[in-house]
Design a protein. Structure first.
Length: 194
């Protein structure tokens, strides 16, 4: 006779062998990185350093000149007054020149997070940098789309490689407030007189 404890072990073994058993795959093709590969951002949540180097300049000039004139001449001859001449003339000269030049330069390094990976593999990145130095607050906000091939081996990418780039640079503080025009110049500018 088979002991009772062996019969229970046998029944349990038969019960567990009838269950479907699935092994977990430890390999993921999407997350695979070679041991010798560099660490570049490739997934949502990864961090990439954006090297912001933006130079912009614009120039616009206009030159306008007009010259108009007309004259009326007349001669009247009468018996009593003799020959009389009348002459009327008018003219207008106008000349105007205008030139607008604007230049801007922004240099910064911002660590941005990958917020999304598009179906074609492009990475959507966004990042903020807030700096406060002696009450002068500066904020840089950056957002854009980058191709993985544009990310260098040291996990950096130039800002001119970002597609649909949005770079906002704002500041506030004593120096920023003093660089803005006062109330009267702003009022005249609003009226279009400045």
């Amino acid at each position: 006779m088979i002991p009772y404890s062996l019969r229970i072990i046998f029944v349990l073994c038969c019960a567990f062998t009838s269950l479907d058993v699935h092994a977990a795959n430890l390999f993921s093709a999407e997350a695979y990185h070679s041991l010798t590969a560099d660490r570049r951002a490739s997934n949502a949540g990864d961090i990439v350093t954006i090297l912001v180097y933006e130079n912009s300049s614009a120039s616009n000039s206009a030159d306008t000149s007009t010259n108009t004139g007309f004259a009326i001449n007349g001669k009247v001859s009468t018996l009593y007054a003799g020959n009389n001449m009348a002459q009327v003339g008018a003219g207008d000269n106008y000349g105007g020149k205008g030139k607008i030049e604007r230049a801007g330069r922004l240099l910064a390094q911002i660590s941005a997070s990958v917020t999304d990976v598009m179906s074609n593999g492009d990475l959507i990145v966004a990042g903020d940098q807030n700096i406060d130095v002696n009450g002068e607050k500066t904020r840089i906000h950056l957002k854009g789309r980058v191709r993985p091939v544009d990310i260098a081996q040291n996990n950096t990418v130039l800002s001119n490689r970002l597609a649909d780039a949005q770079i906002d640079y704002t500041g506030e503080g004593f120096i920023t407030d003093r660089s803005r025009p006062g109330l009267i110049p702003r009022f005249f500018a609003w009226l279009g007189l400045w």
